[in-house]
Write a protein that binds this ligand. Structure first.
Ligand code: SAH
Length: 420
């Protein structure tokens, strides 16, 4: 058993007096005040919560001895642990997720199936996620029938998969059983250790933890076949650099077993630049497979043979597709139902109506002699809306004539359509 349980993670500094955002993982968010000092995983640093108040979806907390913003900023990202014996004991059949994650999953006959990587709850009971050495992850109901034995001391859980979901279609059937399965991004990369990276914090990170979306990262190198596990080779026809081999990448794509209705994307500077409209389409899909290139790129034949859609992040060259994939996934995840605080906050921003967003203001009322535009504090909602529209149009016209021309064209079209 793990002797320490992670109960919270420190986020960004809040204000100037040393407060921080605190993401708590306990049922009662304020429980972190009752455990006594919280410690880093290695136990070296201790933190005592002196004050905590609830903010939108996190706490704003102060720690003893942390009084300046600079001190607070240095704490960002620290995970806080509590000794297990200070937490309430679990009831029969209840487990801390931290104890389950990492256990070996075996059959009743003790044959290995994979490893437990997460426990989810999508609203219809707990789901245990198991990653086998090959093939897609298994999402199974965490029930007595399917998981008859949890042997934490022995490092294993016994999985009793119903007979009808054995065999090739196993994972697909499993998904059906545990519907609704969340939006899922499957990333093929040579650097799986980069994930979830920035997708593991803040909005996307919390949504990931709470099962509103799922991330599968697959190492392309696992599909290399030669002794040196090589994935690249010199470009045919000569030239600098290396090219990702078609056979290795195709095998890696095939090994994911991704369903045919999922978009298959290749991050590529030659692709069509990503737009908010395409992001919305991707959000409406079951979630994409995303191939991250490296080196000089990938063999053209695998793009054709696996029907990869090339997607670009802009007219510049990155050293690999991973950072582009972060951006794409982030843009999608924030639009998933339940991820953003207010459902409408996705509709009113840049690009939603092919317009850049109007300028935003908040307190203080006067900043270095600059007041907030008067109309915004007038309380007249119609005037506010008209002002914002005019500002958005003016900004789009001057900064993005390309977008503005497209907006004007589409407005003309819809006008013709209604006139005719
Ligand atoms: N030689 C290629 C660039 C390769 S960069 C060319 O000139 O087109 C290596 C990898 O980084 C690419 O395979 C791609 O996956 C990723 N990448 C680089 N720039 C990108 C961009 N603007 N958008 C999306 N992916 C990009």
């Amino acid at each position: 058993m793990t002797a320490h349980i992670c109960v919270a993670r420190i986020g960004a500094a809040h204000g100037v007096r040393g407060a921080v955002k605190l993401w708590t993982f306990t049922e009662d968010p304020f429980a972190v005040k009752q455990y006594g000092p919280l410690a880093t995983k290695d136990g070296v640093r201790q933190f005592e919560v002196t004050q905590a108040r609830e903010a939108r979806d996190h706490l704003v907390a102060s720690f003893k001895g942390v009084t300046t913003r600079e001190q607070a900023e240095r704490l960002n990202g620290i995970e806080l642990y509590v000794a297990r014996d200070r937490l309430p004991a679990t009831e029969e059949g209840e487990y801390y997720h931290a104890d389950l994650i990492g256990l070996a999953a075996v059959t009743a006959a003790d044959e290995p199936i994979g490893r437990v990587v997460a426990i989810h709850n999508f609203g219809a009971g707990d789901i245990i996620e198991i990653v086998p050495p090959h093939g897609p992850t298994l999402l199974l109901p965490f029930t007595d029938a399917v998981v008859p034995t949890v042997d934490i001391a022995g490092g294993r859980v016994v999985i009793d998969q119903p007979a009808e979901i054995e065999g090739e279609e196993r994972s697909q059937r499993t998904f059906e059983m545990t519907d609704p399965s969340p939006w899922r991004a499957t990333v093929l990369t040579l650097f799986p250790e980069m994930f979830p990276g920035p997708l593991g914090v803040s909005l996307a990170g919390r949504a990931l933890v709470s099962g509103l979306w799922a991330l599968e990262t697959r190492d392309i190198r696992a599909s290399a076949t030669d002794r040196h596990r090589s994935v690249d080779d010199t470009p045919a026809g000569g030239g600098p650099g290396m090219v990702l081999r078609a056979d290795v990448l195709a095998a890696a794509i095939d090994a994911t077993g991704v369903a045919p209705d999922r978009p298959r994307l290749l991050m590529s500077p030659r692709g069509r630049p990503l737009t908010q409209a395409r992001v919305r389409e991707l959000v409406g899909s079951p979630g994409p497979l995303i191939v991250c290139g490296r080196f000089e790129g990938i063999d053209q034949r695998v793009i054709e043979a696996r029907g990869l859609e090339e997607v670009s992040m802009g007219d510049y060259v990155l050293s690999g597709g991973e950072i582009a994939a972060f951006a794409l996934i982030d843009a999608c995840v924030r639009l998933l139902p339940g991820v953003m605080g207010k459902a409408e906050s996705g509709d009113d921003e840049s690009f939603s109506a092919s317009l850049l967003e109007y300028p935003q203001y908040t307190r203080p009322q006067v900043f270095e002699g600059r007041p907030i535009p008067e109309v915004l504090v007038s309380g007249d909602h119609a005037k506010v809306a008209a002002w914002r529209r005019a500002e958005a149009e003016a900004l789009t016209r001057t900064r993005r004539p390309d977008l503005w021309a497209a907006t004007a064209r589409s407005q003309k079209h819809s006008k013709n359509a209604t006139d005719g």
